[in-house]
Design a protein around this ligand. Structure first.
Ligand SMILES: C[S@@+](CC[C@H](N)C(=O)[O-])C[C@H]1O[C@@H](n2cnc3c(N)ncnc32)[C@H](O)[C@@H]1O
Length: 287
């Protein structure tokens, strides 16, 4: 794991490996079932079409969990943005005061609610771009592999409003390296280390999901949008995110990146925001 931070895209093998991979993806994708998609509400952008992966991704991308778990204090009220089926919320709940997991996709939230084993974990179908609608504030807002979906012009003000003064935002998310072949191998290797061979074997049949043509298209569109917004390459993404969360600490984490930001305890050129914990005013920092 210590090698994770030094992981580089340059590890991606040359085009020799690219063509067979493309061929394999096309073949397997063509064979995969295409009738099982949960579409986002119509008003949402096309790139947010969610392909149900039956929790496979959530089970695999655990390499960054230590970063999040180690920073969650026992007294924290936590909001998990884009919680999917709540796999991470369920792991986190025993360590903190409460967890609210939100996701845009109703079927994912319904699944999380049905399978939840933690009395202090709750789940809500809620768009992260409209967090002003959510009551109360949180000590910690975190997000695991969801931020790349978000329009931060819409989401960042709500995130800041929902964080108590002095509260913390922790994000783990994808960039260029995550989608490289080396990135995929990194995810599989770390999942194998953490889940063990038997649980990985159980997931294998469902890995076909990675080759589903609609998923491949979804990833292509995600990448195109991230490139356009200059948050695809590591050397650009700090500039992008720090526009919304000034002085955020951004580092490589395996084949992903982490973002760590604290909301100032006092307003810094900020304004009073009228919704806070139990009706108390919260502080929303001006951008
Ligand atoms: C790649 S999955 C990550 C799920 C889970 N957090 C994990 O770590 O595996 C991204 C999740 O973000 C959700 N999502 C995308 N846009 C969202 C939005 N605007 N508001 C809330 N959730 C969103 C998707 O529905 C999906 O469940």
């Amino acid at each position: 794991m210590a090698r994770a931070a030094g992981f580089r895209l340059s590890m991606t093998p040359a085009p020799v490996l690219f063509l067979p991979r493309l061929f394999a993806e096309a073949m397997i994708g063509a064979l995969a079932s295409a009738g099982d998609y949960q579409a986002m509400p119509r008003s949402l952008p096309e790139h947010l079409i969610r392909i149900p992966d039956q929790g496979v991704t959530e089970s695999l991308v655990t390499f960054a969990d230590r970063f999040l778990l180690d920073r969650a204090l026992p007294s924290s009220r936590v909001l998990d943005i884009g919680c999917g089926r709540g796999v991470f919320c369920e792991n986190l709940a025993p360590r903190v005061r409460s967890v609210l997991g939100i996701d845009l996709v109703a079927s994912e939230i319904a699944h999380a609610q049905r399978h939840s084993r933690q009395s202090n974990a709750t789940y809500l179908c809620q768009d992260a771009e409209y967090l002003q609608a959510l009551p109360g504030t949180f000590d910690l807002i975190l997000s695991r592999f969801c931020f790349h979906h978000l329009d931060l012009d819409a989401a960042a003000p709500g995130i800041k409003a929902r964080l108590r003064p002095g509260g913390r935002l922790l994000v783990v998310d994808c960039y260029q390296e995550f989608w490289s072949l080396a990135g995929r191998l990194y995810v599989m290797r770390s999942a194998l280390e953490q889940l063990g061979g038997l649980r990985m074997l159980a997931l294998l049949p469902r890995l076909l999901y990675f080759f589903d043509p609609k998923r491949v298209q979804h990833v292509v569109e995600d990448k195109r949008r991230l490139k356009r917004q200059r948050r695809y390459r590591y050397d650009e993404l700090a500039g992008f995110y720090q526009r919304y969360f000034p002085d955020a600490r951004i580092e490589r984490l395996g084949c992903a990146f982490s973002l760590d930001w604290r909301k100032p305890s006092r307003p810094v050129g900020g304004e009073l925001f009228p919704v806070g914990e139990e009706g108390q005013p919260g502080i929303m920092q001006a951008n």
